[in-house]
Design a protein around this ligand. Structure first.
Ligand code: G6P
Length: 609
């Protein structure tokens, strides 16, 4: 959480910092701030509560100049949303922006208060900056040395950038727990939490590794690794186009990303379906194939939408590949005593590759004797990708809307390919693999078809947007789809929604049924449909307001509305049926006028536990 941008250049950097930090709003948007060093070697700082636009408004008519500066967009952890708690924080000649949490900040704060420091904020970040100041005052050592020395006193995560008004030619970055990327310019250099912030300035990046400390000057960069040794890190050329981060003809990123799903899935499949018969993952070598041949169990760990994708894949791993599969939310997996199954393989799923809970789970898994691990991730170069044995990229393209859409369907696409690949390797016959390849080839067309139902879904949204509660039901692999549909609605429309397996309603939730609680059911034509119909009857008998998405004619009763969907192959039905639920949440939020791309209290990349 929280976005960082910093620059050291030869030109006035103010607009560049503001534009760049705005592009990191997906990491948090409670408040934002900026600090520069002016010609007199003093800090100038502006901070505002709310979105970056508030900061821009505040600075707009001021004639400011600075060639070195820091900017930050905050997702509040320590301390309420307020201007005082907004970064950058300053202690005399040192300014800092920080992403992470210092777990022992209270002890350090009380130590510093005893030394006479006055705190203006409730943040853990202000503790770091005062500690730096105190250590430098006490030891008289150069700032770099002081930084290295205080790190052992900080418990937690602390990716940060530090600026010293006594030395306006350099920035110092520390990478720990959250990503930091150096953007290389011509006689200017930048640092940011994500390359998106800098794509209009440069395409050349260095991903800092855990424990790295970098000194960034306009003309050169020096990086020390966690052992304090100078290290050359690889320069990576980004192939992300700047245009990809625009909304184009769409009103919201989320809308754009929903409609991009056919192309995202095509990109995910590209060069991975060989001769229309086999799945080809160039990322997998002999080692992985050997593991797949011998594995007897799969453990998947993820959060949020990625967790729902994992839940769908459990059905596929067990029903198609006959491999027992367990799925767990990362924050639960990491904090309990685990009994690891025999010959188990560990998989993480993540859009961002930075989710702290998932990253922690991966680190824990490495000590538990799994056969190996793999991450399915959308962000090349992310921490999960770097720390996993193997990675399968989802290739959804940059996703900016906080509510995840195209990442979900591309995760499912990769998962289905992986299931087929493992079946192919294990059974040494490729009939199932062949069948899945055939169905996956059709998938983007199926998604195009269902997107055409947008008008009907918009009409449904008009009927139910003012309800206070909704229930989402599904059976089998549609239950995770109901969960994901409910999550989308909660996230962007703030309507309370719950998901249940259809058969579970009679064990309690039926008590909630009345004409004010719409019940959304996804019921594709499959072996479970007759059972679902029974559940629908039970709801009907109690006067529930039912909306069914199905490719089957379902006998109409007065309080049932069926939205007839096109036919879809049973295996890919989960990927198909989430689309109307994404659209429904989007249109409801649109009518309600909520902030669809940046829902309140949320952030896209959750780098705190
Ligand atoms: C946040 C986002 C969700 C996302 C979850 C997991 O809560 O708001 O949209 O599903 O994190 O993120 P990941 O990047 O690990 O998939």
């Amino acid at each position: 959480m929280c976005g960082i941008v910093a620059a050291v250049t030869q030109r006035n950097i103010i607009n560049c910092l503001l534009q760049s930090i705005k592009r990191l709003e997906y990491r948090g948007y409670d408040s934002s701030g900026l600090a520069l060093i002016n010609k007199n070697n003093n800090f100038i700082r502006f901070r505002s509560v709310g979105k970056v636009n508030e900061l821009i408004k505040k600075i707009k008519n001021k004639k400011l100049f600075g060639t070195i500066g820091l900017a930050h967009t905050r997702w509040a952890t320590h301390g309420k949303v307020s201007e005082e708690n907004t970064h950058p924080h300053i202690s005399s000649h040192i300014a800092i922006v920080h992403n992470g949490i210092i777990e022992n900040s209270l002890q350090l704060r009380s130590f510093l208060e005893k030394k006479g420091y006055i705190f203006y904020s409730e943040t853990d970040t202000e503790v770091i900056v005062h500690l730096l100041h105190w250590e430098q005052k006490k030891t008289g050592k150069p700032l770099l040395e002081v930084i290295s020395n205080i790190l052992i006193k900080l418990h937690g995560n602390y990716s940060m950038v530090i600026m010293d008004s006594n030395n306006s030619s350099k920035l110092i970055a520390v990478c720990s727990g959250s990503p930091l990327i150096i953007g290389l310019g011509v006689e200017e250099n930048f640092i940011a939490s994500d390359q998106i912030a800098l794509l209009n300035i440069t395409k050349r990046f260095i991903y800092l590794k855990e424990g790295d400390i970098a000194i960034i000057k306009s003309e050169k960069i020096k990086i020390f690794d966690k052992n304090n040794l100078i290290i050359q890190r690889k320069i990576v050329k980004s192939n992300i186009k700047y245009e990809c981060i625009n909304k184009g003809k769409y009103k919201h990123y989320m809308e754009k990303e929903i409609y991009e799903q056919p192309i995202s899935i095509r990109n995910t499949l590209k060069n991975r379906l060989k001769n229309n018969t086999t799945i080809y993952f160039p990322e997998l070598g002999l080692k992985e194939k050997n593991i797949f041949l011998h594995l007897e169990h799969i453990q998947i760990v993820a959060c949020g939408t990625s967790y729902h994708a994992a839940m769908v894949s459990k059905h596929w791993f067990e029903s198609i590949a006959n491999i027992p599969c367990d799925v767990e939310v990362a924050s639960e997996f990491s904090y309990r005593k685990l009994a690891v199954r025999k010959k188990s393989f560990f998989i993480t799923l993540s859009q961002s590759g930075e989710t702290a809970d998932t990253l922690r789970a991966l680190r824990i898994s490495k000590k538990l004797g799994y056969l190996g691990n793999l991450t399915i991730c959308n962000m090349q170069g992310s921490s999960l990708v770097q720390e996993s044995d193997t990675c399968l990229l989802t290739k959804a393209g940059i996703e900016i809307g906080v509510a995840s859409t195209k990442s979900f369907t591309t995760q499912l696409t990769v998962l289905l390919m992986l299931v087929a690949k493992i079946v192919g390797i294990k059974k040494k016959e490729n009939n199932i693999e062949k069948q899945i390849v055939k169905i996956l080839t059709i998938l983007p067309y199926r998604i195009e078809e269902i997107l055409k139902k947008n008008k009907e879904i918009k009409n449904l949204a008009k009927k139910i947007y003012n309800k206070k509660n909704m229930l989402f039901l599904g059976r089998g692999d549609q239950y995770p789809i109901a969960m994901e549909g409910a999550l989308k609605l909660k996230e962007i429309s703030y309507i309370h929604a719950e998901a249940y397996p259809s058969g579970e309603l009679k064990h309690g939730p039926l008590a909630l049924i009345d004409k004010n609680v719409p019940i959304i059911i996804t019921a594709p034509k499959n072996s479970l449909l007759e059972k679902t119909k029974q559940n629908i009857q039970e709801i009907c008998a109690r006067g529930g307001l039912i909306y069914i998405f199905s490719d089957e004619e379902i006998n109409l009763e007065k309080n049932i509305t069926v939205l007839k969907l096109p036919y879809v192959e049973e295996i890919i039905a989960p990927i198909f049926y989430i689309i109307p639920l994404q659209l429904l949440a989007y249109y409801i939020a649109l009518i309600k006028g909520t902030n669809i791309d940046q829902p309140r209290n949320l952030a896209k990349s959750v780098t705190v536990e």
